[in-house]
Design a protein around this ligand. Structure first.
Ligand SMILES: *Cc1c(COP(=O)(O)O)cnc(C)c1O
Length: 361
């Protein structure tokens, strides 16, 4: 024995209860077949030359810390969104922001209400914060049940997460439904509106997140450069909230969390926004084509407002994922529930439709 006793250090009790994050699998190489990854809702387009150039300039200075104040990126976002810099927070992806929200606002045993199935990082982050995840089932069409979420709010509720569009099921909440919801949520409960896919939404009465943040002091919008802007690898996202909340979120920021390459890539992406949003438009058109193609072969998927579609498959989930694998596309199965498939390259989307058409439910 080397120490005083044989006891080893014990993490907090909640740590052992943190669910594992299941990342989308990379594609398996198959002879004579190009394989595609449709398992992580990534942007299939390669980076724009201007963005690569901006990043390369920072690469040559990797021995220096990034700008901890993120001054240029904050300024670019403030201009782009027409909000004061004081109302913005930056973090390593919007997942980083969710951790900061929980760290800043939740005491142990506080409750966080969110839809389920929804973004798998929520129960992970909530459990890591020693808070309690209160899961409210989505409706049969994969929508948030806002009425049931209101009913789930208790004395212990500190935060409500609204994921719109909802990952992995697809539907988005409407602006008027969210306003009616916010009017009934107690004003001391923070409502995080996770808009990771906001650029892909095409619906009447779409959520105007900035208008909500201006009206409701308890709203936090979270957005990301990972999806529409194609910067998933660099980990950068931002939150918009009124100043007292934003100040609390910045207080728990990891010092130097957002790397210099991420800051440079995000600024260059805002400069090239028109071109990037044209690509989003192409992906939205592909989404419409996939949804129509699936409908033709008898699959009516929930309203797809993100860059992905959802197949409710229950016990047939694994079989569907295997059929996709065999066709050279990797999808994201949620065992016993369904499969999420990202909108990717045209060829990959064609194969997805073909797999669904041939699949014996
Ligand atoms: C992808 C995703 C995020 C963002 O992830 P980051 O890469 O951490 O910015 C946030 N919320 C949802 C619902 C997502 O699907």
């Amino acid at each position: 024995m080397t120490g005083q006793s044989s006891r080893i250090p014990q993490p907090r009790a909640n740590i052992g209860a943190i669910p594992a994050y299941v990342p989308g699998k990379p594609p398996v190489a198959r002879e004579g077949l190009t394989t595609y990854k449709l398992s992580s809702n990534e942007n299939p387009y390669p980076p724009l030359p201007g963005v690569v150039e901006a990043v390369s300039e920072v690469v040559s200075r990797m021995n220096r810390y990034p700008d901890m104040g993120n001054v240029d990126l904050f300024a670019a976002l403030a201009t782009r969104l027409d909000v004061p810099v004081e109302d913005l927070t930056l973090a390593t992806g919007s997942v980083g922001l969710i951790y900061q929200v929980l760290q800043a606002f939740c005491d142990p045993a506080d409750e966080v209400v969110h839809a389920w199935r929804s973004f798998e990082a929520y129960p992970i982050a909530v459990t890591a914060a020693a808070a309690t995840s209160v899961r409210v089932p989505v409706t049969a069409t994969g929508e948030h049940d806002l009425e049931a979420m209101l009913a789930a709010i208790t004395e212990r509720t500190k935060v409500v997460m609204v994921c719109t569009p909802n990952n992995p099921t697809g539907p988005a909440v409407s602006h008027s439904a969210l306003v009616a919801f916010l009017d009934r949520v107690p004003s001391h409960v923070l409502v995080v509106v996770d808009e990771a896919y906001v650029e892909f939404v095409r619906m009447d009465d779409a959520v105007d997140g900035i208008a909500l943040y201006r009206t409701y002091p308890n709203v936090v919008l979270t957005r990301t450069f990972s999806k529409a802007y194609g910067l998933a690898n660099f980990r950068v996202g931002y939150a918009v909230a009124q100043e007292p909340t934003a100040t609390a979120l910045r207080a728990v920021s990891l010092p130097f969390g957002v790397s210099g390459v991420a800051q440079a890539a995000a600024i260059a992406s805002l400069d090239a926004e028109a071109e990037l949003l044209e690509r989003v438009e192409e992906l939205v058109a592909e989404r419409a084509r996939v949804v129509a193609g699936l409908s033709e072969v008898g699959w009516d998927v929930p309203d797809a407002q993100g860059n992905f579609v959802w197949f409710e498959l229950g016990e047939r989930t694994t079989a569907f994922a295997e059929a996709a694998d065999a066709a050279g596309i990797v999808v994201r199965p949620f065992a016993g529930e369904g499969v999420r498939a990202s909108i990717g390259e045209v060829e990959a989307n064609d194969r997805l439709i073909a797999v669904a058409a041939a699949f014996d439910r």
